[in-house]
Design a protein around this ligand. Structure first.
Ligand SMILES: C[S@@+](CC[C@H](N)C(=O)[O-])C[C@H]1O[C@@H](n2cnc3c(N)ncnc32)[C@H](O)[C@@H]1O
Length: 212
């Protein structure tokens, strides 16, 4: 029997937000932060854990990778397949149905927040990397007004999310090497919610390269 994901119900409309002015602004800043941390000389296979609708696959290709995806949600994967993506598998990041260590990079974008055992998922991800491969994380910043308002909404899937700070990301990745962390630049002021004090980064990118 296949498992259900809290994202199943939103699969068909998942990318609607991406096309809004705020969605576009967020994605541009997320791409900028990811670009700052992608390892140089990128090539080979990249596995996106929690790939959803494969929204990021064109970005991975532009960066030089050949993307593969794993996701818990069949409806999300169906959206990805409808775009012609084929290198997809249904499964849990904590127990990926993949045996061989063949990836140059394993990435989690806005996914680790929903994984019940992030340490286990990262350890399994590291086991799928080739020597010298990289783990790459992109998460909503725990201290950002955006994460706080999503959590406060009490709505699924946000009621199940665990948001991370930069310190927590560093702790999660330190067992694998020396993490590098880059905060996305703040969103322009026209996009609420805004905090009262200095804006906390709405998105954090973290990467670690395993010893080759
Ligand atoms: C917020 S979406 C992000 C999708 C994609 N990475 C993106 O940024 O567009 C989170 C995704 O993680 C998946 N997911 C949640 N928990 C998971 C788990 N334990 N293993 C694999 N996928 C999971 C969900 O089904 C969903 O598609």
């Amino acid at each position: 029997m296949t498992e259900e994901s809290p994202f199943d119900w939103m699969a068909a409309g998942y990318e609607r937000w991406h096309a809004t002015p705020k969605g576009k602004a967020c994605i541009a800043l997320e791409e900028e932060a990811l670009g700052a941390l992608l390892p140089p000389g990128r090539s080979g296979a990249l596995l996106e854990m929690g790939c959803g609708t494969a929204f990021w696959f064109p970005f991975w290709r532009r960066a030089g990778y050949e993307p593969f995806g794993l996701d818990l949600s069949l409806p999300m994967l169906e959206q990805a397949r409808a775009k012609g993506e084929k290198r997809l598998v249904q499964g849990r990041a904590e127990a990926p149905p993949i045996r061989k260590a063949t990836f140059s990079c394993v990435a989690f974008l806005t996914t680790l927040e929903f994984v019940p055992d992030p340490e286990k998922a990262l350890s399994r991800a590291a086991g799928l990397l080739l020597p010298g491969g990289s783990l790459l994380l992109g998460v909503l910043g725990a201290d950002s007004p955006m994460a706080r308002s999503r959590k406060a909404s009490g709505q699924p899937p946000w009621n199940q999310a665990r948001f991370f700070t930069a310190v927590e990301l560093d702790d999660l990745l330190s067992p694998f090497g020396k993490p590098r962390i880059v905060p996305a630049r703040p969103l322009p002021p026209e996009f609420p919610p805004r905090g009262e004090g200095p804006e906390e980064p709405f998105f954090l990118v973290a990467a670690v390269s395993l010893e080759g």
